[in-house]
Design a protein around this ligand. Structure first.
Ligand SMILES: [Zn+2]
Length: 157
């Protein structure tokens, strides 16, 4: 069982979802043709947007979630209360494993993560989703038994 998710207010939830759609406009994804937008909500109410930025040397590609995080962190914003992610797929799509680990560095395990379908708000949301077809999950659910910064503080033999 994972910890109960923190609750976002309705206006914050809406700002995050709109931020993710807005963020997706910044995508540079000529290779995958898989645009992604991500929006973070900081504790002081700022929305930080990120899109996936690909590279001809594929390994240089950075996902939308990590773009948003590195933008925020490099500007000194390091406390977040929510994340929303949207793609062009008409279903909720999860962050990749690498992004989950990077999110883990800066976000609490019960932080809400909203996986938003491209056709939000869906008239007939799929089973297991909430309002508008959004899948609401948490970092702890997406990355169970994870390794984080606190583990480096443990005493060693
Ligand atoms: Zn990723």
């Amino acid at each position: 069982m994972s910890a109960r998710a923190l609750t976002l207010s309705v206006p914050d939830r809406q700002r995050l979802i709109e931020g993710a759609f807005e963020a997706k406009k910044g995508t540079y994804s000529p290779y995958s043709k898989f645009p992604v937008g991500a929006a973070l909500l900081s504790v002081d109410g700022q929305i930080i947007k990120g899109a996936n930025i690909e590279n001809a040397s594929y390994g240089g590609t950075i996902c939308a979630e990590r773009t948003a995080l590195v933008k925020a962190v490099s500007e000194g914003i390091r406390s977040f209360i929510g994340l929303a992610v949207v793609t062009d797929v008409k279903a909720p799509i999860s962050p990749c494993g690498m992004c989950r680990q990077v999110i883990r560095e800066f976000c609490v395990l019960n932080m809400p993560i909203l996986l938003v379908p491209a056709d939000y708000p869906q008239a007939e949301p799929a089973e297991g989703t909430t309002e508008g077809g959004v899948r609401e999950t948490t970092l702890g659910e997406l990355l169970p038994d994870s390794f984080g910064p606190e583990h480096l503080e443990l005493s060693r033999k």
